[in-house]
Write a protein that binds this ligand. Structure first.
Ligand SMILES: Cc1ncc(COP(=O)(O)O)c(C=O)c1O
Length: 484
């Protein structure tokens, strides 16, 4: 159980439920129940939350209580609500389905496949020269044992300087180098979370973070992001206060998969609320460098932290190259020491040569990142153009950074579409990958990390199979598909 949603909060989520397109002569209670089912399928209303009492919701919606009673009854009949007399009603999915997915998938080595399952760029041209320069530096390290559990000092200084340049004064002893952001997340979880501890995540969120949480046997609670606006401040802060999770994992910059950017005001409020309820924040800054259209990125979340509540994680994979496997943690110096103690029980240290390559890339950050932003903006626009042309019914919010867009489809067909697309040489990561419990079937993440021509080709193939799905029988896709 993940808490309770109040009448006014649910009313806000329900929005224009009584005037939704497609509604014809259905009675009010059926429209209300249908909208709740849609919110559940899209992951905006978490599973296991207690809905407001009938009277409270009726007041919030300014409708009669009988309408709410009938809607709740229908939701019970369809298996979307469980009620216990005197205790309330909780959201669920029919048959209480849950996804046992680890959230992890690996690209196959198939060169013909247009892989839209992975949101990462090929290496920049500067990588080879950085690697050559790193081998020149290596002799300086060869007389030592080569184990640096917190990372080589040059790289820690370069990463600390980048934080300081973003307005967050940071010293090298606050940085620990890891083997990628994923490793950073795993180490922080090992240190901060006992098995069974509760963690709040966004829905949708990054699937491999869900895998890391599953690995630590975390109890996950979700904050549903709105497709157009992202975080809903009152709901997010309300969930923190109600659930009082041990940790919250958030991706405030160009969130994967939605591309949303958290405003400064909410950053400040989240940190204050987290501190008030004793929650530590893991802030994943994987995409912070990749803003577009001149979008200014607000100060780092840790800027608002006065009580060592915030641990920031990030890495080289998105602006530079995933194959480097270099990431980092920014925390207080004592936390870094504790993380290093955990780390020696895992992998001892990161490779020195790779860290040297990262040092050289960071020295050239301005030029490399500027090129990346231009490249990504061109690719994003090609993808948006192809979608508008071939799949005009799909709705997208234009991301102002990052590498992905989150398309709202014209039906709950994401998994079916991914299966069909695979047949025509396009790999997709369907919406349910980014959530729990088989929801998010109306959504699809589309990265714009492939060259523009490949993206246009991929959208053409996706559009063809989308229309084939319809011809194969529309009936099959009327109800949200559940992944069991
Ligand atoms: C939000 C987020 N966190 C972490 C990672 C993993 O990054 P790394 O390759 O640095 O481990 C990714 C990669 O896609 C990501 O999108």
């Amino acid at each position: 159980m993940t808490g309770q949603v109040r009448g006014v909060q649910l009313a806000r989520l329900l929005g224009q439920w009584h005037a939704l397109p497609g509604r014809r002569r259905s009675p009010d209670y059926a429209a209300l129940a249908g909208t709740v089912r849609g919110l559940l399928a899209d992951g905006r209303l978490p599973l296991g939350v207690r809905l407001p009492a009938e009277r409270e919701l009726a007041e919030a919606l300014r409708i009669s209580r009988t309408t709410v009673t009938a809607a709740y009854r229908q939701l019970r009949e369809t298996g979307h609500l469980a009620s216990r007399r005197g205790a309330g009603s909780w959201t669920m999915l029919p048959g209480n389905h849950r996804v046992a997915s680890t959230g992890l998938w690996t690209p196959l080595d198939d060169r013909e496949m247009l892989d839209l399952g992975v949101a990462a760029l090929a290496a920049p041209p500067q990588l080879l020269s950085a690697a050559r320069a790193a081998t020149e530096d290596l002799p300086r390290y060869l007389s030592g044992a080569g184990y640096h559990p917190t990372g080589i000092i040059e790289l820690r200084e370069a990463v600390a300087d980048a934080y300081t340049a973003r307005g967050l004064p940071t010293s090298a002893d606050q940085i620990m180098v890891t083997s990628g952001t994923q490793h950073a997340l795993d180490l922080v979880l090992r240190l901060a979370l006992a098995p069974g501890g509760t963690v709040l995540v966004e829905s949708p969120t990054y699937p491999n973070a869900l895998a890391a949480l599953a690995g630590r046997r975390a109890r996950i609670t979700t904050h549903g992001l709105a497709a157009d606006a992202g975080w809903e401040p009152d709901l997010l802060l309300g969930s923190l206060r109600q659930t009082r999770p041990k940790l919250a994992y958030l991706i405030p910059e160009f969130q994967n998969p939605t591309g949303h950017l958290m405003p400064a005001s909410l950053r400040e409020r989240v940190v204050a609320a987290a501190h008030a309820v004793g929650t530590d924040l893991i802030i994943d800054e994987s995409f912070v460098d990749l803003s577009m259209d001149g979008t200014e990125v607000p100060p780092p979340v840790a800027t608002y932290d006065r009580h060592s509540r915030v641990v920031s994680i990030g890495g080289m994979s998105k602006p530079y190259w995933g194959g480097l496997r270099i990431g980092w943690v920014r925390a207080s110096a004592p936390q870094v020491q504790r993380l290093a103690a955990v780390r020696v029980g895992v992998d001892m240290a990161s490779p020195v040569l790779d860290q040297l390559v990262a040092v050289h890339l960071l020295a050239d950050a301005e030029a490399i990142v500027a090129d990346r932003r231009v490249q990504l903006a061109v690719q994003r626009d090609a993808l948006l153009g192809a979608l508008a042309h071939r799949l005009p019914e799909w709705r997208v919010t234009v991301p102002r950074g990052g590498v992905t867009l989150w398309a709202e489809l014209d039906g709950p067909v994401s998994s079916a579409l991914a299966r069909a697309a695979e047949e025509v040489g396009v790999r997709l990561a369907p919406g349910p990958r980014f959530g729990l419990d088989g929801t998010l079937e109306r959504f699809l993440r589309l990265p714009f990390t492939l060259p523009a021509a490949d993206l246009v080709e991929a959208v053409g193939r996706i559009a063809a199979v989308r229309y084939d799905l319809d011809r194969a029988g529309r009936q099959r896709w009327r109800e949200p598909a559940v992944i069991a």
